[in-house]
Design a binder for this molecule. Structure first.
Ligand SMILES: Cc1ncc(COP(=O)(O)O)c(C=O)c1O
Length: 454
């Protein structure tokens, strides 16, 4: 068995080290892609790079440019690109038995038992897992079926600013009028409530919480406004695509109480926040909330597609075939997932994520720029919301900052309801030294963009 190397040994040592970005080979591959692939392709429209190899928190492109990776495949590469402790097991499993539907295998059961051990709150030791398919959206679909089957109800409550995926059920929960418009009607009987977002909403943080909870209460219980048959409440414990929106204390616990009072399952979407990203295994842990079900995806397989719905065993009332799918037995990703969890444990990466995230937020908060309206997040789930002199969203400024970072070898991503949030989601294996170098570049870029706008 491979040793589990320390985080300092995982990376290209010389990153960032860039010459021309994008270089000629990147441009050529992007042209080939443009000629052959769907116009729905998104990421290279914002970052026209063709990647070639990844190591730890660094990436190399086809022209030999090396980057510090502050977006980690959008919260996927938590233990780093090609972490040898993970790839060894995945490669061995690829040679032995990649696919086995849902027949029992050791990789499958080892992972299920490990997920149960690290599940939030009272779910630990008392959970069940259903695999539905490789993507996060598949897990959300599974959670919708689970909640409907368990309650016999149909209504669903979600939140403004939410992103839960783009398959029809998940898209119904996603709150994105602009992109959904072409595909409606989706599932009927979905209502969205306010999500507390103090930076954007009037009043003290507690008032934003009270208003959000009041909204949910109306939907669950008001004689004159409630949905007649709620099957569940779906919530991101910190909104990711919505702009790293951290709800104030009292929101998640208030939701838990409301769901208990009205006997409605609380389904927490940990697809972007889970697997140690926020400095705890699950963001739910920060709020001392035990979900009835949680959806897991993205970082769980560390780049090997895998998703799951983990739920309290009382909800396990469906029978054989209650939720099926061909690719819910991908042993390669299951081995990778178990190794990723072990790597986080063996290298104290929850503490590391907490410490490094605090450092990154402090650096961003100290930047001398009126553009940065608020810096927020938990662990290595970091967002900086950009505003103009009137306090309005400034998405162009985020784009300019990202472009300057890219040209100097730092990959950062955007997000937010108005695309005006700079998102930093580095692999949890990024070292302090790498973060310092990266933040020098990010902070310099912000100051230069601000100066250019004076
Ligand atoms: C919170 C959340 N839920 C669900 C999804 C959908 O996951 P996928 O893109 O793997 O289908 C995402 C993806 O960004 C997400 O952030």
């Amino acid at each position: 068995m491979t040793a589990s190397p320390p985080i300092t040994e995982l990376h290209f040592d010389d990153a960032p080290n860039v010459d021309e970005v994008p270089g000629p080979r990147s441009r050529a591959l992007r042209e080939r892609q443009r000629a052959a692939e769907s116009s729905a392709v998104l990421y290279p429209t914002e970052m026209p790079i063709a990647f070639h190899e990844g190591r730890g928190a660094t990436l190399e492109d086809v022209d030999g440019n090396r980057y510090l990776d502050f977006f980690g495949g959008i919260s996927v590469l938590n233990v780093g690109h090609c972490n040898p402790y993970v790839t060894e097991a995945a490669a061995e499993q690829t040679r032995r038995l990649p696919h086995s539907l849902d027949f029992p295998t050791e990789p499958r059961l080892d992972l299920i038992e490990k997920l149960d051990a690290i599940a939030p709150g009272d779910m630990a030791g008392a959970s069940r897992v259903v695999f539905g398919g490789p993507t996060g959206s598949d897990a959300v679909e599974g959670s919708i079926k689970l909640a409907k089957q368990y309650t016999g109800n149909r209504g669903m409550v979600a939140f403004y600013g939410a992103f839960h995926g783009e398959t029809s059920g998940a898209y119904s929960l996603t709150a994105d009028g602009k992109y959904k418009a072409d595909y409606t009607p989706l599932l009927a009987e979905v209502e969205h409530a306010q999500y507390p977002y103090p930076f954007r909403q009037d009043g003290a943080p507690q008032e934003t919480v009270d208003r959000a909870l009041e909204d949910v209460k109306t939907l669950l219980a008001d004689r004159y406004g409630a949905m007649p048959n709620p099957a569940g409440v779906w919530v991101e414990p910190i909104q990711g695509e919505g702009g790293i929106v951290v709800p104030p204390a009292g929101f998640m616990s208030g939701l838990r109480d409301l769901c208990d009072d009205h006997d409605v399952p609380l389904i927490v979407d940990e697809i972007q926040t889970g697997m140690g990203r926020t400095g705890e295994w699950w963001a739910s842990d920060h709020f001392d909330v035990t979900p009835d079900a949680m959806t897991v995806g993205k970082g769980v397989g560390n780049g090997h597609p895998l998703s799951a719905t983990v739920y309290r065993e009382e909800l396990d009332t469906w029978g054989p075939g209650g939720h099926t799918g061909t690719f819910r037995g991908y042993n390669v990703a299951m081995r990778a997932a178990l190794r990723s969890i072990e790597y986080v444990e063996d290298h104290d990466l929850l503490d590391h994520a907490t410490e490094l995230g605090t450092y990154i937020r402090k650096r961003l908060a100290r930047v001398d720029s009126p553009l940065v309206g608020q810096v927020r997040g938990m662990g290595l789930f970091v967002g900086a919301e950009f505003v103009d002199e009137e306090g309005r969203p400034a998405p162009d400024a985020v784009g300019e900052v990202r472009q300057r970072c890219l040209e100097r070898g730092v990959l950062a991503w955007g997000g937010g309801r108005d695309d005006n949030v700079l998102r930093l989601l580095p692999p949890l294996v990024m070292t302090h030294e790498q973060a310092e170098v990266g933040l020098d570049i990010v902070c310099d870029a912000i100051e230069r963009v601000s100066a250019g706008r004076d």
